[in-house]
Design a protein around this ligand. Structure first.
Ligand code: PMP
Length: 443
């Protein structure tokens, strides 16, 4: 008897044996935990090997050590780092793990002001505000930026934190087809008459929200086209760079740098520190006036405890390494490595016949499984050969667009990637997800 609270779990149950052609009896509860015996398909609880750049993880259940292809640790900073770690330890001793205060009530240390200056300088904007959590940065800032009488036009695949922020703002929300500038223009044209000054439009303000790299698609935002359309229709651009800041661009400054967009044309730049910087928290960068307004009116700034000082120090230090201000070329090497690793892995997967979403240079690589029933078999097959991948299904994706989402890190070595490719290829054959003919091996 299976308790169905998760919706898609029983579908997986019914069909996975058909695809693997193995007679595993797998009965799972509503959270996907196995009840009857079968090799485990999930890595729910893990231990970290924090001294190896988080590129492997240990499953607490059977203690096996797996290659980690699921972490957002794009630059390998989620680890003990020769520059960052001593400084983080020092900040822990000096400032303690928490300020136990909101920013305006004594929770602002010198680290907090240094962090905001450092972030503003890094993303090339006059000013920045930092909050303790990336998710909250979107969901709490949007209602401060816009409300009733305003219009949000959001990419159809924007992250849940944006969706919730937009809903909570009280503004009217329209959605445009994912990363399709032509459709964005159609939606904008429907809403306003071209060329009218801002004050004569039916909306108090219009904000268009996009992401730099889409976390479930691995795709780069068509930012130049979107910025041009927003200029034409006088709409503000809000860019979430959670997955692109630090990960792409010549000096790691994200999609604006990569795609040649002037940051002056992006009104609100948002990002998180949980990926490339190996820390936690989120930021909004923009004009001095905008940031000052947010600091005086955002409840998550006024009433929430400020970001943990050691986390702030980690970000400050990681930015220094990325920009070469630690006196080494490690930052540039990490950026070159993540690009090389990502492009190598993507092209090898494609040659094998997998359908891989996303663009070159993006470290996010979804391998399409389509049928959610294939998820446990794929995940388990990889885990049994000590490769940990994250699989994603409804409701995070449309029901029949299930996928395995690989995240590549600068910390992965060529040997790691070659091993992972061998495993994924073998399991891909077993599960039947090579939808294209493989490229003949070159003699
Ligand atoms: N925005 C996007 C696009 C994300 O993918 C995520 C989470 N991965 C967030 C915001 C929330 O960030 P955090 O996990 O740092 O809270």
């Amino acid at each position: 008897r299976v308790n169905n609270l998760q919706g898609y779990a029983p579908i997986c149950l019914g069909l996975e044996d058909f695809y693997t052609r193995r007679l595993y009896l797998r009965i799972q509860d509503c959270f996907g935990r196995p009840i009857a015996s079968a090799p485990d398909a999930w890595f729910d609880v893990v231990e970290r090997y924090s001294n190896d750049y988080n590129k492997t993880l240990k499953r607490t259940k059977n203690k096996s050590r797996c290659l980690n292809l699921g972490s957002y640790n794009y630059l390998g900073f989620a680890a003990s780092d020769e520059y960052c770690t001593p400084r983080v330890i020092k900040s822990l001793k000096r400032f303690s793990p928490s300020t136990c205060s909101a920013r305006v009530d004594g929770g602002t240390t010198t680290l907090h002001t240094e962090l905001e200056e450092s972030v503003a300088n890094f993303v090339r904007k006059p000013s920045a505000i930092v909050l303790g959590m990336g998710y909250v940065t979107n969901s709490a800032i949007l209602p401060v930026l816009i409300g009733k009488g305003g219009l949000i036009i959001s990419d159809s695949l924007n992250h849940n934190s944006i969706v919730n922020g937009a809903r909570g703002s009280g503004a009217t929300v329209r959605v445009f087809q994912h990363n399709t500038p032509l459709h964005l223009e159609k939606v904008l044209r429907e809403q306003i008459a071209e060329g009218q000054p801002r004050t004569h439009r039916p909306w108090k303000k219009i904000i268009v929200i996009v992401e730099g790299i889409y976390s479930m698609e691995g795709e780069l935002c068509k930012l130049p086209e979107i910025v041009a359309i927003c200029k034409k229709y006088k709409a503000y651009v809000y860019l979430d760079e959670a997955h692109s800041i630090g990960a792409v661009g010549k000096s790691g400054r994200g999609v604006c740098e990569l795609l040649g967009v002037d940051t002056a044309d992006v009104d609100i730049m948002m990002g998180t520190f949980t990926k490339s910087f190996g820390s936690c928290g989120g930021y909004i960068a923009g004009s001095k006036e905008l940031i000052q307004y947010l600091k005086y009116s955002c409840p998550a700034h006024l009433y929430a405890t400020s970001i943990s000082p050691p986390a702030a120090q980690q970000i400050i230090s990681a930015i220094k390494v990325i920009l070469g201000e630690d006196g080494t070329s490690r930052g540039a090497e990490k950026l070159a490595q993540i690009r090389e690793n990502s492009n190598f892995f993507r092209s090898e997967l494609q040659k094998m016949g997998f359908e891989v979403l996303g663009d070159n240079d993006s470290p996010v690589m979804p391998i399409m499984l389509y049928n959610p029933a294939k998820i446990p078999a794929f995940s388990r097959g990889c885990l049994m050969q000590k490769v940990a991948v994250v699989t994603v299904a409804f409701p995070a994706t449309p029901l029949l667009l299930a996928r395995a989402r690989i995240c590549i890190s600068a910390a992965h070595t060529k040997e790691d990637l070659v091993k992972a490719l061998e495993v994924i290829s073998e399991v891909g054959d077993l599960v039947g997800i090579k939808y294209f003919p493989a490229e003949p091996a070159k003699l």
